[in-house]
Design a protein around this ligand. Structure first.
Ligand SMILES: [Cu+2]
Length: 167
C-alpha cells in the first residue's frame, strides 16, 4: 500500500526539509501561481495540491520536495501512461526549465498529500512549504477548492493510488 511504502521516503524528506529550514528566501526568479488543494470527502485521508510554477531565470530549476502540517507526508507525483493505463508515480523532482512554467494539474504532476491530520473543508487554507533544488524553500497558504474534472476525479486518483507499485 501507498501508506506503508512511503514511510522510508517520508523520513528522508523530513531530514531534507530540516536541512533547508535555515536557507535563504526563494530567489525571485521562481514564483507560484494558482496554488490550491483539492477538496475531498471527510473519509478521504489523501488529496492533491496543484499549482503553476514559473521560472523567469536563466537556469533550469526544479521542485524537490514539499511538506505541510496538514498531512503526514507530501510527495511529488506524476501520472504516466503504462500500456494505456494511467498510473501515479512518485518522482524525485519536478523540472521547471529556464524561462518556462510547469503546471501541476489533474492527470499530470501534482503534490500528493498523504495521511491528512483532519478533514478538509472547502475554503480552508493549508500552509504548504515547497523546497527547490538550490536550497530555497517557500511557505504559502494553499486554499482548499472543489475541483470538477472529467476523467481524473478523486475516485480515479484513489484507484491509481491502489496501483502504485515499485516503492
Ligand atoms: Cu498522486
Amino acid at each position: 500500500m501507498l501508506q506503508r511504502c512511503s514511510l522510508t521516503l517520508r523520513g528522508s524528506l523530513v531530514a531534507l526539509l530540516a536541512s533547508l529550514a535555515s536557507s535563504a528566501a526563494l530567489a525571485d526568479t521562481l514564483s507560484v501561481d494558482d496554488l490550491h488543494v483539492r477538496a475531498v470527502p471527510p473519509v478521504s485521508t489523501t488529496t492533491a495540491a496543484f499549482m503553476v510554477l514559473h521560472n523567469d531565470g536563466d537556469e533550469d530549476r526544479s521542485l524537490v520536495g514539499a511538506s505541510t502540517p496538514a498531512a503526514g507526508a507530501a510527495e511529488l507525483h506524476n501520472h504516466v501512461n503504462v500500456d494505456g493505463v494511467m498510473q501515479m508515480r512518485q518522482v524525485e523532482s519536478i523540472p521547471v526549465p529556464a524561462g518556462e512554467h510547469v503546471s501541476l494539474a489533474p492527470g499530470g504532476y501534482h503534490l500528493m498529500l498523504i495521511d491528512l491530520v483532519a478533514p478538509l473543508h472547502e475554503g480552508d487554507e493549508l500552509a504548504l512549504t515547497l523546497a527547490f533544488d538550490e536550497g530555497e524553500s517557500l511557505t504559502l497558504d494553499a486554499p482548499v477548492r472543489r475541483i470538477e474534472t472529467m476523467g481524473h476525479g478523486q475516485r480515479e486518483h484513489e484507484e491509481s493510488a491502489m496501483s502504485h507499485s515499485g516503492h
